[in-house]
Structure formats: C-alpha cells, structure tokens
Design a protein around this ligand. Structure first.
Ligand code: SF4
Length: 392
C-alpha cells in the first residue's frame, strides 16, 4: 500500500512492490558493474581496484539512479562511488585514524560500546545497504569484524544491569538490513527495561534504500514497539537531491508509525559545503517531517579526511550563513565535532576565535561536560586538535 497524502513528487520508478532482500542482490559491488553506469578510464579502474579491496563498494540501483553520470563532480556520486583519493590515508588536512570516535576504547565486547554513562550503543550488523565513502566506521563496514553483536540477549542483559542508561542506540552498519524477525527480537529484548526512556535504531536506509520501509511487516513491528517504548530513528541525509519521492515515502511510513526521525548530516567537501545546499537540505527535511539534529564536522578518518573534510574556518562561516536563512525549526541543528573526548558543539566564531561548548564527556571525565572551549582558527585546521589554544 502506498502512502500518498504528503508526497510531493511522483515516484520515478515504482519500487513499492520490489522485494527488498531480492533487490539488494542487484547492488553494484564490482567495478565492471559500475562501468555499465558510469564511465571509468582504464587507469581509474586499475586504481579503484585497490580502493575497493580496502573498503568495499556497495551501491543500490535506486541510489545510483540519483547520479548524473555525465557529471564527474556530482555530489551523490561522491557519496557512493569510490574515488582514487581514498588511497590517501592522511594527506593535506592532516593526520588520521581508523577510529576517530574512540569506539574501540569503549568496547565492552559482544558489539556493545558504552562511552557516555547515559547512552550505550550496540553494533547490530556490519552490513549496510550502501557503503558510504565518507563513513567514520569505514574500518569495519562491509568487512569482517569482532565488533558486531553475537548474542543480543547478552547485550540486553548488560543494558538492564546498567541502570545509569537512559537510552540504547542499535547501530551498525545498518540494523534495518537485518531480517524483520531479527529486528523484532532485538527490540523485544529491550522493551521491558524500565530505565530506558527510549530506544534508537540508527539507519541510513531511508536515504539510500527506502525500499526497506515499503515492507508493511517492518512498519507494523515498529509501530507496535513504539506504542510500548518510544522509538526514534536517527538518519543521515547529506544532500537535498537525496530527498526523493521514495525517501519521502519511507519517512512518511515511519512517521505514520509514530516514530520521530532526526537527521545527522556530515559537512562534506564537494557535497554540501555551500550555503544554498545546506539551506535546501534543512528546508527539505522539514518539509518531509525530519528534524535537522546534527551537522557533523567530518572526522579525521583514514582515507576520508583528505578529500572530504572542510577547514573549520570556512565551515563555521558556511553554517552561520545558512542559519541566517533558516527559520526557527531549520536552525535547531547543532554543528558538532564528534571527538574522542566527547561531543563538542561549534557555537560560532568571534574574529579568529572559534567558540565551542562540550555537550557530552566520557563517563570518567564528567567535569568536562558543559565546559566552554575557545581555540584560534587557522586557514586549514579541520579538527579541534589542529587549532592552537587561546588565552582568555
Ligand atoms: S550507512 Fe552509515 S554506517 Fe553504513 S556506510 Fe553509510 S555512513 Fe557508514
């Protein structure tokens, strides 16, 4: 059944009746397949072979259809098609790490990461409908990993025992790529943990694989869970061209199940690092009922930072100029550095001083949360650690 009431644009192709599991088998995973859609020179193909060995390619046909094949600088292309720049582990923007968010240090085993006292995360799967080229968990998505949950009941036991938790995030990879029955079992294991105010399932599927939400069984399951414990779906739209009729349909189905959807975008060079694109993205999200929540500064991820990170000096101006054009709901989002020490909001700048506020700190450094931070902006600095301290 199709929801039509709020859909502004007609569906480009009728994806509604396609079996989501079957369609995944049509994903573009090899360079030979890619070449049927996008022209690649022999040199490019040779170089990209090394890239996809390190970080596999996985592009749904639906998402590939959003690319203009004639435009080598197409922003959607940059998000999904491997680039030769991925061979650069660090590069012009500075040092990198495979684990910029410090996940590994908070790994409790069995896929559980517990970084902040009130929030824990469980890695439901390392598989995603698409392997985004800018992913900060690039070290594990689509690759063999020990960090995926092996026994969800055990993970739920951990959450039940840790009464300081107010919420749990099922993440990945993309948990909605698991069979509906498995998603149901995971949620059921959490529903009776009274100290959890809510549960989140983080998913980019509404953006890259909206077909998943055309599965009535999944929507019914989420609706039923949401009546017993509040469910949020954080998602990840980066560009207004991703807000298609199909993505809108997926969002509407989630909203009709009573689920609030918060967007966590990443500021990415050549994708959304201009004022018009950001304004269009935030307004487009509001139109379809998605809350603009975070805009992340691109992390110093190996094979990502060099070509995707925007210097903070220009980034803060782009974000501020976009905010000036947005209404109250549009400007609710926070511009965030997701640092190893915790989450830091970039409030703005005064001259060459960047003004920040720490929002979350690691549980053993609670005194750091809510502190103000000021650093001096440099021309190319793209991360907190690049910016010199300032005497106030
Ligand atoms: S869907 Fe999310 S976890 Fe998966 S590759 Fe994209 S950004 Fe990474």
């Amino acid at each position: 059944m199709t929801t039509t009431a709020l859909r502004a644009k007609p569906l480009q192709e009728d994806w509604i009746d396609i079996d989501w599991k079957e369609e995944l088998k049509n994903n573009i995973t090899t360079l030979d397949e890619l070449q049927q859609y996008i022209p690649l020179t022999a040199t490019e193909k040779e170089e990209l072979t090394d890239v996809v060995k390190a970080h596999p390619m996985n592009i749904p046909r639906y998402y590939l259809g959003l690319i203009d094949p004639a435009d080598s600088q197409d922003p959607i292309r940059k998000l999904c098609v491997p680039e030769v720049d991925e061979l650069i582990v660090a590069g012009a923007m500075g040092e990198t790490t495979p684990d910029p968010y410090g996940d590994d240090r908070h790994d409790k085993g069995n896929g559980v990461l517990h970084k902040y006292s009130y929030t824990a995360l469980v890695v439901g799967t390392e598989y995603c409908a698409m392997y985004c080229r800018h992913c900060f968990r690039k070290r594990m998505v689509g690759l063999p990993t020990e960090q995926t949950v092996r026994n969800f009941q055990e993970a739920a036991k951990y959450f039940a025992e840790h009464t300081e938790l107010s919420n749990v995030l099922i993440s990945g990879g993309d948990p909605f790529m698991l069979p509906t029955e498995v998603v149901g079992k995971m949620l059921e294991a959490l529903v009776d943990i009274d100290h959890l105010n809510y549960v989140r399932v983080g998913s980019r599927a509404p953006v890259v694989y909206p077909i998943r939400f055309f599965d009535d069984e999944l929507i019914a399951l989420l609706r039923a869970f949401n009546r017993r414990k509040t469910l949020y779906v954080p998602t990840h739209f980066n560009h207004p061209a991703e807000i298609t009729a199909e993505a809108t349909e997926a969002i509407l189905r989630l909203r009709e199940a009573g689920i609030a959807i918060n967007n966590q975008a990443v500021l990415l060079r050549g994708v959304n690092d201009d004022v018009d694109t950001l304004v269009e993205l935030k307004n487009g999200l509001l139109q379809i009922g998605v809350n603009p929540y975070y805009l992340y500064q691109c992390m110093p991820v190996a094979r990502v930072r060099h070509h995707f990170q925007v210097p903070l000096k220009s980034g803060v101006d782009i974000v501020d100029d976009a905010r000036k054009r947005l209404d109250g709901y549009g400007k609710r989002f926070k511009f965030i550095i997701g640092h190893d020490i915790g989450k830091i909001e970039i409030c703005g700048r005064i001259g060459d001083k960047l003004i920040m506020k720490q929002l979350h700190a690691r549980s053993d450094q609670a005194e750091e949360s809510s502190r103000m931070l000021v650093r001096r902006l440099t021309e190319s600095g793209g991360w907190l650690d690049d910016l010199p301290a300032v005497e106030l």
